[in-house]
Design a protein around this ligand. Structure first.
Ligand SMILES: Nc1ncnc2c1ncn2[C@@H]1O[C@H](COP(=O)(O)OP(=O)(O)OP(=O)(O)O)[C@@H](O)[C@H]1O
Ligand SMILES: [Mg+2]
Length: 659
């Protein structure tokens, strides 16, 4: 349907991809993956016709329609939500015109050349296709369809007649997404569609896209979302785009296998080169071996060096400890907040203690972002008290911060204006620790990729000497590596944390307290995040335990019995596998700690100052060897644990959606 041939694109020194050819077929389900800044958004923009490739072509079938959801920066104005949604059908008007046009041409051709004209079959064919398309899309031109999609994406009946200007940034992306789904193009290009969604809308869109009739090309870092949707993966790494068939998990496996193979062949080659060199050295001056030496030398030259995968090392940078705050960091008393006639909190009370690490979760519309802004002191409220503690210095981050960076400033200038006391060397190493290396720091903000922008805004926030960080969805747009970097920074952070996020993997090792919003108040959960999610899941599962007055067996009760049985099984499965999961997590944590210590030692080896200290070097070497041995056995343990967990899980059927 869409054919890409020999696409190449570079920005300055950075080659994004080269001579890339690919076909998007009808009904393709493709994930586009790669690190922040790899060129994913650029590729989508090229396919959508918004950016020119340096060379190569994009050819689209005539009947194909392409819909594109950008990563950010969409705003609507001037219409109400419902009116805006109706504009999605402008494409149908064009289709109507095309149908009229084709019918006219068929009439004319028949009149002029008779019914056996050789041009007729193609025209009739095209008309048929257009009419079919029309019928299919006609069904969509209904207010009920509009509502289904808007509500699925988290809007409410009340929102329908609100002006679109009233919605905040993330909601504009949802409006855009709704319009795309309504227009039903034959190819959907989605750039990180789940970033602005809460858990419920995410599940909804996943389900919707599963039965979507057109082709999908999706950029996303959400592994579960991708696993459920795609059967093909394009991976952008170091200017090569590689295609893998299978879903996300299978892609990870294949990639790991490839990595191992290429590592092994690199190792074999190294040994071969070593042996050959030894042979050459030994027999170089022996006449009897001259020809053998010659041929081996030739072989050495010919040896194709297997290209080494470039693994950048994370740079360590320690932030100065912020001043200590009082024991109580923030107290909210009986707080009420409403927007117009929509009440977000009726009466909310919350005490944040020093060094609390709070995860704030809750469904869409429960007011997480509002609460974060109130705590940060940038959102007014209607009633109640907000009492900041002694010596509390808050810093606030949300995606808006990233969007509000000055577009003309360079990466380095963005920070230097803020911290003139830091040398540009110090700032560059701070930026290095946030994965901006070399010339990256001279890029203007306007050309940064989504992840790069978020990273810069986060670095900027961490530069402030704040002792209370309030983060609203900080991992949006971040790839796995950037997430790990942020996680490490936050783990080492000595102050108080309040994080709104639905990224469980990110939150789990960070937080000590979970609070959930809903029903106009806050619900404290004393256990771990995992426990909380499990409980939430149980609450959602309609459990009816009353056995008195049992109704007769109807299909409905049979269904209920099945559900109850399933729920029980799920609970049992959770109980049985919990210790396994816990010990797996412990091993993982140990591995992570040891790996980061090992990396730190390796970084120290590269440091000239370390080198001048003979004794230090020796002790580091010793520690490094011990760590390596230790890690080896930890990885073994991990594999054993993982296998045990897999076996246990198999026993209880497919994992439920919260495991
Ligand atoms: N107009 C431009 N001029 C110079 N460099 C650019 C321009 N547009 C993008 N880049 C650079 O090209 C690289 C790829 O950008 P792109 O937005 O395609 O990345 P991405 O893979 O979508 O990343 P992310 O996951 O962070 O969204 C980035 O390093 C970006 O800074
Ligand atoms: Mg992008």
């Amino acid at each position: 349907m869409i054919t890409l041939s020999n696409l190449s694109k570079r920005y300055g020194e950075k080659l994004l991809f080269e001579r890339f050819s690919f076909r998007i077929n009808e009904g393709s389900r493709i994930a586009l993956l790669g690190a922040n800044g790899a060129g994913k958004s650029t590729l989508l923009k090229i396919i959508a016709g918004l950016v020119e490739p340096d060379s190569g072509t994009v050819r689209c079938a005539r009947t194909a329609t392409v819909g594109y959801l950008p990563q950010d920066g969409v705003y609507h104005r001037g219409l109400t939500l419902l009116e805006e949604a109706w504009t999605a059908f402008e494409g149908i008007l064009r289709l109507e015109e095309e149908i009229t046009d084709l019918s006219d041409r068929i009439r004319l051709t028949t009149a002029e050349e008779g019914p056996s004209s050789p041009f007729l079959p193609a025209l009739v064919d095209e008309l048929g296709r257009a009419q079919h398309d029309m019928e299919r899309r006609e069904g969509y031109r209904k207010e009920s369809k509009i509502k289904e999609i808007l509500f699925g994406l988290g809007f409410t009946e009340r929102d329908l007649h609100r002006e679109t200007e009233e919605f905040s940034g993330g909601w504009h992306m949802r409006i855009e997404m709704a319009k795309l789904l309504l227009a039903e193009p034959s190819v959907l290009l989605l750039d990180e569609p789940t970033n602005h969604l809460d858990l419920e809308s995410l599940e909804w869109i996943e389900e919707y896209l599963r039965s979507y009739r057109g082709a999908l090309l999706i950029v996303s870092h959400d592994s579960r979302f991708l696993d459920n949707l795609v059967d093909q993966v394009l991976d952008v790494t170091g200017s090569a785009i590689t295609s893998y068939s299978g879903n996300y998990s299978s892609y990870l496996l294949q990639r790991e296998t490839r990595r191992k193979i290429s590592e092994a062949s690199r190792e074999n080659q190294r040994k071969l080169i070593e042996r050959t060199n030894r042979f050459v050295e030994r027999f170089r001056y022996k006449n009897t071996k001259a020809s053998q030496v010659q041929s081996r030398l030739k072989m050495l030259e010919k040896l194709q060096r297997v290209e080494q995968e470039v693994e950048q090392r994370d740079i360590a940078f320690s932030f100065p400890d912020p001043p200590r705050s009082g024991r109580i960091v923030m107290e909210l008393k009986d707080l009420a907040k409403s927007y117009g006639d929509v009440t977000v909190f009726g009466s909310l009370s919350l005490v944040v203690n020093r060094e609390d690490r709070i995860a704030c979760i809750g469904v869409n519309g429960s007011g997480k972002s509002t609460l974060a802004r109130i705590i940060a002191g940038i959102e007014p409220f209607n009633r109640g008290k907000r009492l900041p503690g002694h010596n509390v210095i808050p810093a606030y981050y949300s995606q808006n911060m990233a969007d509000a960076l000055h577009p003309d400033k360079t990466v380095l200038e963005t920070l230097s204006g803020l911290a003139p006391e830091h040398s540009s060397g110090a700032l560059r190493s701070l930026l290095g620790s946030f994965l901006f290396s070399g010339d990256d720091v001279f890029k203007p903000v306007s050309v940064l990729s989504g992840g790069e922008k978020s990273r810069l805004a986060l670095a900027k926030m961490l530069l402030e000497p704040a002792n209370f960080l309030i983060l609203d969805e900080p991992t949006n747009h971040l790839d796995a590596r950037s997430k790990t970097v942020l996680q490490q920074r936050l783990r080492d952070y000595p102050g108080t944390l309040f994080i709104v996020s639905h990224d469980r993997d990110f939150l789990a090792p960070l937080v000590t307290r979970v609070i959930a919003l809903g029903h106009g108040g806050v619900d404290e959960y004393p256990g771990s995040l995992e426990d909380y999610l499990e409980r939430l899941h149980r609450l959602r599962e309609p459990e009816r335990n009353d056995t008195t007055g049992k109704p007769p067996d109807t299909p409905a009760t049979a269904d209920r019995d099945r559900k109850r049985h399933e729920a029980r099984r799920r609970q049992e499965r959770y109980r049985k596998t919990k210790p396994l999961r816990e010990s797996l997590a412990t091993v993982e944590q140990a591995i992570q700690d040891k790996e980061s210590r090992k990396a730190a030692i390796e970084a120290a080896f590269a440091d000239r100052e370390t080198f001048s200290d003979e004794r230090l070097i020796q002790s580091l070497h010793k520690e490094h060897a011990e760590l390596a041995a230790n890690l080896e056995s930890l990885y073994d343990e991990w594999t054993r644990n993982e296998e045990a967990l897999e076996t246990a899980e198999r026993e209880y059927g497919p994992p439920d959606s919260y495991s």
